[in-house]
Ligand binder design. Structure first.
Ligand SMILES: Cn1cc(Br)cc1C(=O)Nc1[nH]nc2c1CN(C(=O)N[C@H](CN1CCCC1)c1ccccc1)C21CC1
Length: 347
């Protein structure tokens, strides 16, 4: 018997565990009605304690975000004891492992990945969010090697907008900006730029700019902002890294400059896209028709419920049908299982 009967009754068939973290695990699952694979973050609320607000924060952030390079939320299921967050399944694993596998990436492959991170982060900042925990482990790949940013449990949506200052020191020290580890007030957007610089360094060099087993040593290195520039780095990438890994946040490159940086545009001739195409929020008649036929309810009534974006089972079915359509699969739902009828007794 499945350890999580709730998920089975909510229309998911559980598969293997694909991740374990501080507060919970992630299991691969299949959405029965569409046959689409999903990743379900399972958290035991009784063990979350002070981390519960982080889970709530991540869920409320993900409900407001829809971008091709941000891992999509499909459904939230809450019981007395557990919180289940059903999300997009990224079958390419972590960017971190991809870099380790290839020891380091070419400039062009680094640029291809980095432009997707710029696109996602500029969308985040435009919507008033700072991620604050950007690192290669929080960047996954889907099967087409598109990047997907995850783990918004430390993100911030400053009350006074992105120009107001934050104070909470959070995130992983290795990727944390000098002002963040100093415990002084900082701008969320500026600490994200620093972390993106650490990721770009990892892409191009296959190692980290600031490393030490001793946390004090690590902090000293970050505050000094000095790192090795391997011989193979082009002058354009060295210049960009210096502008991102700049200790003084006021002199650090801004996202608006990053988008137009010559190294970022090289070979593409245009800046990374900054507006999401927001396909998920638009009304797709073919998907509505499939749901309408399946539950025999009028399409407009279905849409009136869907457009409230409650991230319930209907939202999940609609978004996963959209996924199927985007991947060129037929937009159909599995037939409802007819309860096994007793054979008629012929008297
Ligand atoms: C590693 N991997 C290898 C393959 Br193949 C697929 C995956 C994989 O994790 N795919 C995947 N798709 N969608 C997701 C995942 C993992 N995943 C995650 O949210 N994974 C994070 C990983 N964090 C990185 C640093 C700390 C924890 C996680 C969070 C809480 C508990 C366990 C894992 C989601 C749900 C969003």
């Amino acid at each position: 018997m499945s350890r999580y009967p709730t998920l089975r009754s909510c229309g998911y068939e559980l598969d293997r565990t694909i991740g374990t973290g501080g507060f919970g695990k992630v299991k691969l699952a299949t959405h029965t009605l569409t046959g689409e694979k999903v990743a379900i973050k399972i958290m035991d609320k009784t063990k979350l304690g002070k981390d519960l607000p982080r889970v709530k924060l991540e869920i409320s952030a993900l409900k407001n975000l829809s971008h091709p390079n941000i891992c999509k939320l499909y459904q939230v299921i809450e019981t007395e004891s557990h919180c289940y967050v059903v999300m997009e399944y990224c079958s390419g694993g972590e960017l971190f492992d991809h870099i380790v596998e290839k020891s380091r990436l070419s400039e062009m492959e680094s640029r291809m990945f980095f432009r997707q991170i710029i696109s996602a982060v500029s969308y985040l900042h435009d919507n008033g969010y700072a991620h604050r925990d950007l690192k290669p482990e929080n960047v996954l790949l889907d099967r087409e090697q598109n990047l997907k940013i995850i783990d918004f449990g430390l993100c911030a949506k400053p009350q006074g907008g992105m120009d107001s200052l934050l104070l909470t020191s959070c995130g992983s020290p290795t990727y944390a900006a000098p002002e963040l580890i100093q415990g002084v007030k900082y701008h969320g957007s500026e600490v994200d730029i620093w972390s993106m610089g650490v990721i770009l360094y990892a892409l191009l060099c296959g190692c980290l700019p600031f490393e030490s087993d001793n946390i004090d040593e690590l902090f000293k290195k970050i505050l000094r902002g000095k790192y090795v520039e391997p011989g193979w780095l082009s002058s354009g990438s060295k210049r960009l890294l210096r502008r991102m890994l700049c200790v003084d946040p006021l002199k650090r490159i801004r996202i608006s400059e990053l988008i137009n940086d010559p190294w970022v545009r090289l070979g593409f001739g245009c800046p990374p896209s900054t507006k999401t195409n927001d396909i998920d929020q638009c009304k797709d008649m073919e998907c509505l028709e499939a749901i309408s036929q399946h539950c025999d309810i009028d399409k407009e009534i279905i849409w009136s419920r869907l457009s409230k974006w409650k991230y319930d089972s209907e939202t999940a079915t609609y978004l996963l049908l959209l996924n199927k359509k985007k991947n060129g699969c037929p937009v159909v739902l599995k037939k409802k299982e007819v309860p096994n009828q007793q054979p008629e007794l012929i008297i």
